[in-house]
Design a protein around this ligand. Structure first.
Ligand code: DC
Length: 221
């Protein structure tokens, strides 16, 4: 049996930073499921579809093939044969990913791939529905959250460090909207699994959160 760690939570809580580092230390594979939704979003954006055009999106789902590869330990997302990893972090792609992830057809397309990866590898998988829906039997489930202010502060700083000018209030508004949509969609919404451990990272460093998760792992062996 492979070891599966599920980390769910809202945007900006630190999931990917923490999951990546944990994967390195434990020599597990890091599976970023948000990147898969982003790849689907990129596909629909390139086709010029509106997020509200359910008929077009559901119809096009059959033509999308998303696959995952690893290069120097980093996840690469392959969309219909093209490595699109470098296009996925843009805010517009993230917004579209949140909007199109409400459609069950989009989700089901990716869930199979996610479950397959967890079956054949020791994984740390992050997303919104990993502990509740994708891997209900995961060995460890973490629900990682932080206040909207802490999350918006981090995102603003992250963009500033990259030399990208942004509007703080817009980032905060966007985050609140995304939380609202991710938590309230009908199919596999973002929520804490009953058996997940809640970690609030608002006032914790990355190292503190990593140590908490490693301690949980030690105690659940
Ligand atoms: O984690 P992220 O910001 O890369 O995710 C982008 C969007 O994808 C997120 O707002 C909602 C959706 N998503 C999802 O619905 N389920 C997941 N397991 C991962 C992401």
């Amino acid at each position: 049996m492979k070891y599966n760690i599920a980390i769910d939570g809202p945007a900006g809580a630190g999931k990917s930073t923490i999951a990546k580092e944990l994967a390195k230390r434990l020599e597990y594979i890091y599976v970023d499921t948000g990147a898969m939704y982003r790849a689907m979003a990129l596909y629909f954006l390139r086709l010029g579809f509106a997020a509200t055009d359910q008929v077009a999106i559901v119809g096009a789902c059959q033509k999308v093939k998303v696959a995952i590869e690893y290069k120097d330990g980093m996840q690469q997302v392959i969309l219909n044969g093209e490595n699109v990893t470098s296009f996925l972090r843009e805010e517009a792609v993230g917004r579209m990913a949140s909007a199109i992830s409400i459609y069950p057809e989009v989700r089901l397309k990716l869930v199979e791939l996610q479950r397959e990866l967890a079956k054949i590898n020791d994984v740390i998988m992050d997303g919104r529905d990993i502990g509740t829906y994708v891997l209900p039997d995961a060995d460890i489930k973490i629900y990682l959250t932080a206040s909207v202010k802490a999350r918006a502060d981090r995102r603003y700083l992250e963009l500033k460090e990259k030399g990208i000018k942004s509007d703080y209030d817009e980032i905060k508004r966007d985050m609140e909207e995304r939380d609202e949509r991710d938590k309230n969609r009908e199919f596999a919404p973002l929520r804490q699994a009953e058996d997940a451990v809640l970690i609030d990272s608002s006032n914790q460093t990355i190292e503190e959160v990593i140590n908490s998760i490693l301690a949980i792992k030690e105690n659940t062996k």
